[in-house]
Design a protein around this ligand. Structure first.
Ligand code: PLP
Length: 488
């Protein structure tokens, strides 16, 4: 690494990205390329000799940017946003610059200690129970990549703990519980951990109860399953589900789970960030009964991908199946038992110095500005919801808690057959396709209770009121041309 060239090329890349952000609204939000587009313009083998940065950046502009869906565009309202900002970006630069591999304390003490510090800061911001704290006797926090990893590691802990007690031959009988609104990465994680697919038990939710996981239905399901010979080990409850941002009743769910000695994981991947605001903290009430809690700072806490924050109450059950050692990394500090070795808290051994970017975000913003940032997004979603409510052709399809609005054109506006959800589903799908095809915004959909809903998720760092207004006018305009009636 030549520091002079590093400085020169680094400045060029920063300039390139600054230009990108200045022009981001000029690009179609959703990439419009066709599958295989890149292979047509690219050589079919790697270059033999070095190419200059100027030529490479030119190709990024020409070939890569058209194939990018602009997640950082202020007009990105799809999925849940992956927020980015200067502080986190610079944090990423620092951690890439140092490029340490902090698998244990000795391999880079700052990486471990800053991670503990940042997780303690966040624990306090979220008012999580002291039993999750690294300074408690049994708990602790760790930074992982994604929620899927948090699921895999906690599922493994629950599985191994149970099998240690009842015997390995019972593996086939282990059952885990969630709702039909739980993120699909939970199914994937259960598969990885070796839970039989039919033993991933989903409680059905309904619109009349805001798509919440019902503790009574869960209890009934578990009782029946036990009669059928299954062994319940794990419940995944969600605060802010992906389809509608539903919030499961944590307190009562934990009570049910504790009757069966189950591990309860609370997944607040998206909505967890909102809970740093005192007015949203009540959504986490009951978390003290859970065994683990996670949220993705890369979704709504201004931290670049990927950064999932996980806390567990019983670190010994959590780390036991993940722990491993070798003479290659043996050292006196580990032997002293006085330090955390994060290699035992995750799937892989090597790990990035993730804490650095989160630390940069928390320091550069400060709590007050972070809360204001969340509130601004919630307010924009609320305004959008108000606009939807003012147009009688549309309806809100789920209670809005945070910065996401689920809506559709109602069957009443589409045809005489008022209750025809099938027709409404096709219509709303067509509407969303037309809206996205303009390239001016990007929204995605979900299907809940058999009904196709359009999700309007505010979360991009650059989004302002004018973008929300434009998005709504675009939806209204496209609906009008499809319906063939003027806006009321
Ligand atoms: N849980 C919820 C509620 C989500 O919304 C998502 C993603 O949107 C996930 C889990 C999956 O997160 P990850 O991609 O970090 O595994």
């Amino acid at each position: 690494l030549n520091p002079v060239e590093f400085r020169r090329q680094g400045h060029m890349v920063i300039d390139f990205l600054a230009d990108y952000y200045e022009n981001i609204e000029k690009y179609p939000v959703k990439s419009q390329v066709k599958p295989g587009y890149l292979f047509q313009s690219s050589p079919d083998c790697a270059p033999m000799y070095p190419e200059p940065i100027e030529a490479i950046l030119k190709d990024v502009q020409k070939d890569i940017i058209p194939g990018i869906t602009h997640w950082q565009s202020p007009n990105f309202f799809a999925y849940f946003a992956s927020s980015a900002n200067t502080a986190s970006f610079l944090g990423e630069m620092l951690l890439n610059g140092f490029n340490v591999v902090g698998f244990n304390w000795a391999s880079s003490p700052a990486a471990t200690e800053l991670e503990i510090l940042v997780m303690e800061w966040l624990l306090k911001l979220l008012q999580l129970p002291q039993s999750f704290s690294t300074s408690s006797d049994h708990g602790g926090g760790v930074l992982l990549g994604t929620t899927c990893e948090a699921f895999v590691c906690t599922l493994l802990a629950a599985k191994e703990k149970t099998l240690d007690q009842i015997g390995r031959e019972k593996t086939e009988k282990l059952a885990v519980y969630c709702s039909d609104q739980t993120h699909f990465s939970f199914q994937k994680s259960a598969k990885i951990v070796g839970i039989k697919p039919q033993n991933v038990r989903q409680v059905v939710t309904t619109r009349s109860t805001n798509f919440e996981l019902s503790p009574e239905s869960l209890d009934e399901m578990i009782k029946r399953d036990i009669e059928d010979g299954l062994i319940p080990i794990y419940l995944c409850a969600t605060v802010g589900t992906t389809s509608t941002t539903a919030v499961d009743p944590l307190g009562t769910l934990c009570e049910v789970a504790s009757k069966y000695n189950m591990w309860v994981h609370v997944d607040a991947a998206y909505a967890g960030s909102a809970c740093i605001c005192p007015e949203f903290r009540h959504f986490l009430d009951g978390v003290e009964g859970a065994s683990s809690f996670s949220f993705n700072a890369h979704k709504w806490l201004l931290t670049n991908l990927a950064c999932c924050c996980l806390w567990v109450k019983d670190k010994s059950s959590f780390t036991k199946p993940l722990s491993t050692t070798s003479e290659l990394i043996a050292n006196k500090t580990t032997e002293s038992g006085k330090v955390v070795d994060y290699k035992d808290w995750q799937i892989s051994l090597a790990r990035r110095f993730q804490a650095l970017k989160l630390w940069m975000v928390l320091r550069s913003y400060g709590t007050i500005a972070l809360r204001e940032y969340i509130r601004k997004h919630v307010k924009m979603a609320k305004d959008f919801e108000g606009l939807v409510n003012m147009d009688s052709r549309f309806e809100i399809m789920a209670r809005r808690y945070f910065s996401m609005v689920c809506f559709r054109v109602s069957p009443y506006a589409i045809s005489q057959h008022h209750d025809n959800d099938h027709e409404a589903n096709e219509f709303n799908q067509m509407l969303l396709e037309l809206v996205n095809a303009t390239g001016r915004v990007y929204m995605t959909h979900s299907v809940v209770g058999g009904v196709y809903v359009i999700r309007f998720a505010v979360g991009a760092t650059l989004t302002e009121d004018r973008h929300v207004k434009m998005a709504w006018e675009l939806v209204q305009g496209q609906a009008t041309s499809l319906l063939g009636t003027p806006t009321p």
